[in-house]
Ligand binder design. Structure first.
Ligand code: ADE
Length: 413
């Protein structure tokens, strides 16, 4: 893309800078066809992508592309060039939630409403095994109706890379919202780490200042590790036990989302019915946006929009890869690949739980056709199958894929 011209891939006009961090810049954008406002997050690939993060990032991007929630900034599509990744995001007009705190704490009821929306978003993603791991004020935006929208959900692989690089903690990020087990670099449970950050957010909304703060960073870490903080006198009494359970430094005993949504302070104002869509725990996996992946148009735009080859393969080689999104369990896909191999008289070797190699067929001028299949779980029983040409003739690969393998995988063999 040519940022100077202000047009991204003939599709989006790039406008003013909305914000920037270590790895990314966010611009306002406009869809040239529909006129719709978007936020365009531009990430420098070389800075963040490491080979081991690829699978993680692909899975998360696909999940966020497919899942819709009213309190999560929607990822419309992902575009890529050789050096950059462009996340085309829902544009959220109302600024950051924390701008509302300039005059101090919020009223209890509005703090609770934002917190309910935050937990709804977090619970929804956790039920899909997507964790934020980097919840902080900049990621909590408000739309024009004053609803909370969490941004960067699903991009935790990028957040993680930041930490591996040591940059977030050493120079730029404040650990104020980070769970002690992350600071200690113990292995951690993404769900419990997010709950800690939500506890810090709730404290700030109700107190108007941070629970763990010290001008000396080491002392601040100590306070976080010990879960040492004090409530101001004005802090709503009924909210204290919830905050204390969220800011439990031991992730094993820290409260879960299921128990947060049972908490009487949390439930206030929701009515007693348990069918409120705001409740994170009600949204079990499987409740994808209805048109999310069933419709062929979306799958096409997904693969085109995601431009995964551009994203993950610097050679830009497109024809070497074929991708299919299948709503089938992995074992059914592996069984089908074995049966397809038998029919095509190709040797099928299962490598680990994810990879299958298919070899054989007529020798073209480039030798035997060798295809690698990677089966990635996107959601429960939704898999992305990536077929890559490893050896042999590209024309033969394309023909075998489109005539035999793709139709067989999509239906029965
Ligand atoms: N800043 C960062 N992300 C944004 C978004 N999605 N909308 C508006 N401003 C943002």
């Amino acid at each position: 893309m040519d940022i100077k011209s202000g047009i991204l891939m003939h599709r989006y006009e790039i406008g003013k800078l909305l914000g920037h961090g270590n790895f990314a810049k966010v611009y306002h954008g406009r869809n040239l066809v529909t006129g719709m406002s978007v936020a365009i997050k531009i990430i420098d690939k070389n800075k963040v992508l490491k080979a081991e993060m690829m699978t993680h990032i692909k899975r998360e991007i696909l999940v966020m592309r497919l899942v819709k929630h009213p309190n999560i900034v929607h990822l419309h599509e992902v575009l890529a060039s050789k050096t950059k990744i462009y996340f085309i995001l829902e544009y959220v007009k109302g600024g950051e939630l924390f701008d509302r705190l300039t005059k101090g704490k919020l009223k209890e009821d509005s703090a609770r409403t934002y917190f309910q929306q935050l937990i709804s978003a977090v619970g929804f993603c956790h039920s899909r095994r997507v964790y934020h791991r980097d919840l902080k004020p900049e990621n909590l935006l408000l739309d024009d109706e004053g609803n909370l929208k969490v941004s960067d959900f699903g991009l935790s692989a990028l957040a993680e890379t930041k930490r591996q690089d040591g940059l977030l903690h050493t120079c730029c990020g404040s650990p104020a919202y980070v769970a002690p087990e992350i600071i200690d670099q113990r292995g951690y449970d993404g769900a419990k780490a997010d709950i800690w950050s939500c506890g810090v957010v709730l404290f700030v909304l109700l107190a108007g200042f941070l629970p763990f703060h010290d001008s000396n960073l080491i002392e601040m870490y100590r306070k976080i590790a010990g879960g040492r903080f004090r409530y101001p006198k004005s802090f709503p009494v009924e909210a204290k036990s919830l905050v204390s359970k969220m800011l439990d430094p031991n992730p094993m005993t820290r409260i879960s989302i299921v128990d947060i949504v049972e908490n009487p302070w949390f439930r206030t104002g929701l009515g007693c019915e348990r069918s409120e869509p705001v409740m994170g725990e009600r949204m079990v996996s499987g409740d994808l946006e209805e048109t999310g992946y069933c419709n062929a148009f979306d799958i096409i735009s997904l693969s085109r929009g995601l431009n995964l080859s551009g994203l993950f393969n610097d050679s830009g080689e497109d024809e070497k890869e074929v991708r299919l999104l299948l709503k089938q369990p992995a074992c059914a896909i592996f069984t089908k690949l074995e049966e397809i191999g038998k029919i095509l008289k190709m040797k099928v070797v299962k490598n680990n739980g994810v990879l299958v190699k298919m070899e054989g067929l007529t020798s073209g001028k480039n030798g035997d056709l060798v295809i690698d299949f990677e089966v990635l779980e996107i959601l429960h029983d939704v898999h992305l199958v990536e077929a890559g040409l490893v050896g042999g003739d590209r024309l033969e690969f394309r023909e075998v894929m489109s005539e035999h393998i793709r139709p067989a995988l999509k239906s029965g063999v």
